[in-house]
Design a protein around this ligand. Structure first.
Ligand code: GLC
Length: 480
C-alpha cells in the first residue's frame, strides 16, 4: 500500500483563505476514493485558532512532544481525525497558531519553520513514514528541505520521496540570510541551497530539493519558466525543468453541486439550469436590494481584490458596460483599497444595477454563482483558478483571459456547422478593449436564447471533477 502525506498551511473545511485550501481539502480524498485500499492518504496542517469546536470535538490526541527549532524548544501536540477515508493531523501550538488570522504576522517565517520541523518529527511519533511527502507552497517548503538536509541518516527517513507543488509562485517565503541559523536552524553549509538573490528563499530551496515539482496547470508550468511570470525564479525552474510538470486542479463536485447545495433557494441540474438560475437570481436580487427581474443578465466577480486578478482591466471597462447596457453586477471579495473604493463608487453611481459585498463568504459566493449569468475573471496571471470551474458547474458563462489554468480550462465560444464549440469567452492580450469586447459578446449571446442555452449546456457538461487529475497525481507518485 502506498503511503502519501500531504502537507499544507490550509485545508478545507478546517481553515482556508483561498484556492490552496480547496485543493488540500479535496485532492487527498479524491485520490483515496480512486485508489481505495491501495493507498493510505494522510494530511497535516496547523491547528489554527479559527478551527471550529465541532472539528476539535472529533480530534484525538496522538502525541505530545517537544520540537527543537534552532535554539528553541517548543511544545507540539499532534491531534488527528478521520474524514472521507483520509486521516487529518493537526499540529497544536497555541503560541504560533492561536491567532486571529492564518498569515500576515512578523514571525511567519518562524511559525512555518516550526510547523515543518513538527511535521517531520511527527512521522516518528505517529509511526507513519510516507513513501511520498507532498508539500504545498512556501509554508510547507521546509519539510522537503529538512528531510534532505537533516533527517536522511535517521532510521525511517531514508526512503521518503518528495513532491513540491507551486500553487502560486508570487509568494516564495523570502527572508534575510542573517536568520538562517537563528530561525531555520541551518548551518552556513546550507546557505547556497537556501539563498537566492541575496535572500533566503524557501520556495527555491524546496524546488532544488524535491524529487518532483508540480504546479497547478500545464500552461502555468510553461509560464513560470519565463521572467514575465516567474517572480524571479525562472532560472531555477529552467535548471529543474526535468522534474517540473503541470496538473490542472479539479473542484469538489459534492461541495459545489447546484442539485444538492443547501444554501440555494432552488436546486437545479443540467436539465433545468436556466429556470433554476432564474429563481436564484430573483432571490439574490431581493437580498441585494436590486430590481427583481429574471430577464436582466447578471454579471459577477468573486475574487480577491488584487491586481494580478486583472482588476485594472475591470476598472477600465465597467463604467462603460454598466452605463450602456441593461445589466446587473454583483461583486464579492476583499483586498486592495483602490479596488474596494472603485467598486463602492460604482455602486453609488448605479445603485439599481450594482451590489458590492466587501467580504469573504463561501455560502454567499455559492448563491452568486447560482444567480449570475456571466462570470468575469480576466486575471493577469492565474496558476489554475477554481472560480471559473465553480461558475461553470453552476451554469454561468465564464469570461476569462487566456493565461495559466484559465487557458487550460476555458476555450472560446464559436459555432461550427451548427454545433457549439468552446465553453466560455476568452481573450489573449492584457488589454481592456478585449475584455470589453468579450463581456459584450457574452451579454449579447444571453439574448440569443437558442445558442445561449446550447452554450450553457456545453458549459455545465464540462468535467472539472478531480477524476482525471487524481489519476495524473498517482502517475507522478508512481513514476518517482
Ligand atoms: C492559488 C492560485 C490559484 C489556484 C489555487 C489552487 O490560490 O492563485 O490559481 O487555483 O492556488 O491551486
Amino acid at each position: 500500500m502506498k503511503k502519501i502525506l500531504f502537507v499544507g498551511a490550509e485545508v478545507m473545511p478546517f481553515a482556508a483563505t483561498g484556492g490552496l485550501g480547496d485543493v488540500m481539502g479535496s485532492l487527498p480524498a479524491a485520490i483515496k476514493a480512486r485508489e481505495k485500499g491501495n493507498v493510505d492518504v494522510r494530511v497535516i496542517m496547523p491547528l489554527y485558532g479559527a478551527i471550529k469546536d465541532e472539528w476539535r470535538a472529533q480530534m484525538k490526541t496522538e502525541a505530545e512532544i517537544e520540537i527543537s527549532c534552532a535554539w528553541r524548544l517548543q511544545y507540539c501536540g499532534i491531534k488527528s481525525l478521520q474524514k472521507d477515508g483520509v486521516t487529518y493531523y493537526f499540529i497544536d501550538n497555541e503560541y504560533y497558531f492561536k491567532r486571529d488570522k492564518l498569515y500576515g504576522f512578523f514571525d511567519d517565517g518562524e511559525r512555518y519553520a516550526y510547523f515543518c520541523k513538527a511535521v517531520i518529527d511527527s512521522m516518528a511519533h505517529i509511526g507513519f513514514y510516507p513513501d511520498i511527502l507532498h508539500a504545498n507552497d512556501w509554508q510547507s517548503a521546509m519539510t522537503v528541505v529538512y528531510l534532505n538536509t537533516k533527517y536522511r541518516n535517521i532510521e525511517g527517513y531514508a526512503n521518503t520521496k518528495t513532491v513540491f507543488t507551486i500553487h502560486n509562485i508570487e509568494y516564495q517565503g523570502k527572508y534575510d540570510p542573517i536568520i538562517l541559523g537563528d530561525v531555520f536552524g541551518l548551518g552556513v553549509e546550507h546557505l547556497s541551497l537556501m539563498r537566492y538573490d541575496n535572500c533566503i528563499n524557501l520556495m527555491k530551496a524546496a524546488i532544488c530539493c524535491a524529487d518532483r515539482v508540480s504546479t497547478v496547470s500545464p500552461s502555468y508550468a510553461e509560464e513560470i519558466k519565463t521572467s514575465e511570470y516567474s517572480h524571479g525564479l525562472d532560472h531555477i525552474l529552467h535548471l529543474n525543468s526535468h522534474k517540473l510538470c503541470g496538473i490542472l486542479n479539479g473542484i469538489d463536485y459534492d461541495y459545489y453541486n447546484p442539485a444538492k447545495d443547501t444554501v440555494l433557494c432552488k436546486n437545479y441540474n443540467r436539465r433545468n439550469t436556466i429556470s433554476g438560475k432564474n429563481e436564484n437570481k430573483l432571490a439574490l436580487q431581493r437580498e441585494c436590494g436590486l430590481p427583481e427581474r429574471a430577464d436582466v443578465p447578471m454579471m459577477a466577480i468573486i475574487s480577491r481584490l488584487a491586481s494580478h486578478k486583472g482588476l485594472d482591466l475591470v476598472t477600465e471597462v465597467m463604467y462603460g458596460i454598466i452605463g450602456n447596457r441593461d445589466v446587473q453586477l454583483v461583486v464579492l471579495g476583499t483586498g486592495e483599497q483602490k479596488y474596494e473604493s472603485f467598486f463602492c463608487d460604482l455602486e453609488r453611481t448605479y445603485p439599481d444595477k450594482v451590489k458590492i459585498f466587501l467580504t469573504y463568504d463561501r455560502d454567499l459566493s455559492k448563491k452568486i454563482y447560482a444567480a449570475c449569468d456571466v462570470f468575469i475573471m480576466p486575471s493577469k496571471s492565474e496558476p489554475c483558478g477554481l472560480s471559473q470551474m465553480i461558475a461553470s458547474r453552476y451554469g454561468a458563462i465564464p469570461v476569462v483571459r487566456e493565461t495559466g489554468g484559465l487557458r487550460d480550462s476555458i476555450k472560446g465560444y464559436w459555432v461550427d456547422n451548427g454545433e457549439v464549440k468552446g465553453n466560455g469567452f476568452t481573450f489573449a492580450n492584457y488589454y481592456s478593449g478585449e475584455l470589453y469586447d468579450r463581456i459584450s459578446a457574452a451579454l449579447d449571446l444571453y439574448y440569443d436564447k437558442p445558442w445561449y442555452k446550447k452554450l450553457v449546456s456545453k458549459i455545465t457538461g464540462t468535467d472539472f471533477s478531480w477524476a482525471s487529475s487524481a489519476e495524473k497525481y498517482m502517475d507522478m507518485y508512481n513514476s518517482i
